[in-house]
Design a protein. Structure first.
Length: 569
């Protein structure tokens, strides 16, 4: 059961009067910020309060925020109302009563301000939230006749003071609640030791004994072998080597790692392998739980960091809360990202859902936007209609393979910039070319503007072409094989699109389309300013599988550049 979200306050660097909201949560959740901002405190409050006996492990006096005169610790767990209606005795209620309960839980004061279909329950410094906390919720909600009716039906009692009916209903619902998953921690200091306690330590202590038990299970635990193989699969996936095997000798002296036919004790392989084995064991041996992990990126190459996240999200059953300084961890669509900051001794956090908020996280970690906040490839086009055509062509030849904004972005360099620039405008040409320093994987789509096959390109275009084509694996300058992009559109498709976008043109018979002239010229259509965007939208909608001139070859080259840019993600 994944936790939808939770709110806490009054813990270490998080003061009592400023609730910290962790919502929305996913299977993988990342907390990023500078040192000493409070990331580890978030992991600690999760480990302290999500336990097998919730509320039985009190928050100690040392966890009280400094200068917090009115200390009130609380941790509220957010639930979907639909999920709440499956708790305990809810399953035996009639459909009509469940609908009444749904309406009750949506009352102001009970439903969370984060969403009408969310409600919060949890623990406080007095244990499980009941008594005064629920009474306060009940007084705010009121509930009137609905609360009175439900109180009588569910508890056999109704009436009393203000909010008493609502309190009895809330108390009844709270008692149906199943405990959340228990939390475990993989700390920031990890090593494989010779300790042999009976209970495995997720930081590496006792890992050899636990792996040996899984590798050679007793008759009544034969399925443990499958868990061991999952640990091995984890290591293979993250290290991107399907030949790797791990095993533990009977004397527990080491962990053998076999790679490429060569077996070595784990002490003789890279530190990154240690890290992966420890995290693999922790994430696989622990199941259907909460796992708090401190800086898993330590000793891992950026590519392996992303592989690690992907494996955790797709191939394990836990929910993860990860404190990190690595922007490579944040360069992922897998997890929810939260930015942790600290001011005047008080920590706060916020969900980094928008691009500008993720950029702020990167800046806070010391990374420059030009290094990180970009897609893997940039395709530069003159205007919006070019983008419509190019996106359509890419999707047609590589359906579902790429996501615009993630695998590539299409940017506009503005009208006839390269046509207007002359040799005297060398500085402007160099500034345009310098954009490649932001992203080496770059394509520029250029209208030739040639009025005949023998005509030449201007010097500005030639300068851009020469620079990009010096490394075809990462850069490409695509000059149209006709006058402009519209010359790639099959004549029948383009004519139909023109008539649809501009019905007045139906009155005239359009001259035959010429490769070396603009098919959208005003004198050809009889209108001053045809809408290239409207025409391109209709044309791409009705386009079949025709690839005039060198179109297909060029689109495949663009796809090759995007592929190269994304080959290590």
């Amino acid at each position: 059961m994944l936790i939808k979200g939770f709110i806490f306050r009054g813990y270490r660097s998080f003061p009592s009067d400023q609730p910290a909201v962790l919502f929305p949560l996913r299977r993988v959740n990342l907390f990023a910020g500078q040192n000493n901002t409070g990331k580890s405190n978030i992991l600690r409050v999760i480990a302290d309060t999500f336990t097998e006996e919730e509320g039985k492990r009190p928050v100690s006096k040392w966890d009280r925020p400094l200068g917090d005169a009115e200390h009130t610790f609380a941790r509220l767990e957010l639930h979907d109302i639909a999920q709440v209606l499956t708790w305990g005795e809810m399953g035996s209620q009639s459909a009509e009563r469940l609908e009444s309960l749904r309406s009750f839980l949506r009352l102001p004061g009970i439903a969370s301000t984060l969403g009408a279909d969310l409600v919060a329950f949890g623990v406080s410094d007095k244990g499980f939230i009941e008594g005064e906390a629920l009474k306060q919720m009940a007084r705010e909600a009121g509930g009137g006749e609905l609360a009175r009716e439900l109180s009588g039906e569910l508890t056999g009692t109704r009436g009393g003071g203000a909010g008493d009916d609502a309190y009895r209903v809330l108390d009844w619902i709270a008692r149906q609640r199943a405990l959340p998953p228990a939390a475990f921690t993989v700390g920031g200091i990890r090593s494989i030791s010779d300790d042999s306690e009976a209970d495995p330590d997720l930081n590496g202590r006792s890992i050899k004994r636990r792996l040996l038990e899984l590798q050679n299970p007793s008759t009544d635990h034969l399925k443990d072998k499958e868990v061991f193989l999952k640990v091995q699969d984890f290591v293979r996936a993250v290290l991107d080597d399907a030949t790797i095997t791990i095993d533990v000798p009977h004397d527990l002296s080491t962990i053998h790692v076999t790679q490429g036919g060569r077996t070595l004790p784990i002490e003789n392989v890279g530190t990154g392998v240690h890290e992966v084995v420890i995290i693999a064991a922790a994430a696989t041996v622990t199941q259907n739980s909460i796992l708090c992990v401190e800086e898993p990126e330590v000793h891992l190459h950026p590519i392996l960091q992303r592989k690690l996240l992907r494996y955790l999200a797709l191939n394990t059953t836990n929910q993860y809360f990860i404190a990190t300084h690595s922007a490579h961890m944040l360069d992922s669509e897998i997890g929810s990202i939260f930015h942790v900051t600290r001011e005047d001794g008080a920590s706060s956090l916020r969900y980094a859902g928008a691009a500008r908020e993720r950029a702020a996280v990167c800046a806070d970690l010391g990374y420059r936007p030009s290094d990180l906040v970009q897609t893997n490839a940039v395709l530069w086009v003159e205007g919006p209609s070019d983008r419509i055509y190019l996106k359509h062509w890419i999707e047609h030849l590589a359906p579902g393979k790429f996501v615009e904004g993630t695998h590539y972005s299409i940017m506009f360099y503005g009208g006839s910039l390269l046509s207007a620039l002359s040799p005297l405008d060398a500085e402007e040409v160099e500034e345009f070319i310098s954009l490649r320093s932001l992203n080496r994987y770059m394509v520029v789509f250029i209208d030739s503007d040639k009025k005949s096959s023998g005509a030449g390109l201007n010097s500005s275009k030639r300068r851009v072409i020469d620079d990009l084509n010096d490394d075809p694996s990462t850069g490409m300058a695509w000059v149209t094989a006709g006058y402009t992009v519209e010359n790639y559109v099959p004549e029948q498709v383009l004519t139909s699109a023109i008539y649809t976008a501009h019905p007045s043109t139906k009155k005239r018979s359009l001259p035959t389309q010429n490769r070396w002239s603009n098919p959208l010229a005003a004198d050809r259509l009889g209108i001053k300013q045809p809408s290239k965007v409207a025409i391109s939208k209709v044309a791409t909608k009705n386009w079949g599988n025709e690839w005039p001139l060198d179109l297909k070859k060029k689109v495949l080259e663009v796809i090759s550049v995007i592929d190269a840019a994304n080959s290590h993600t």
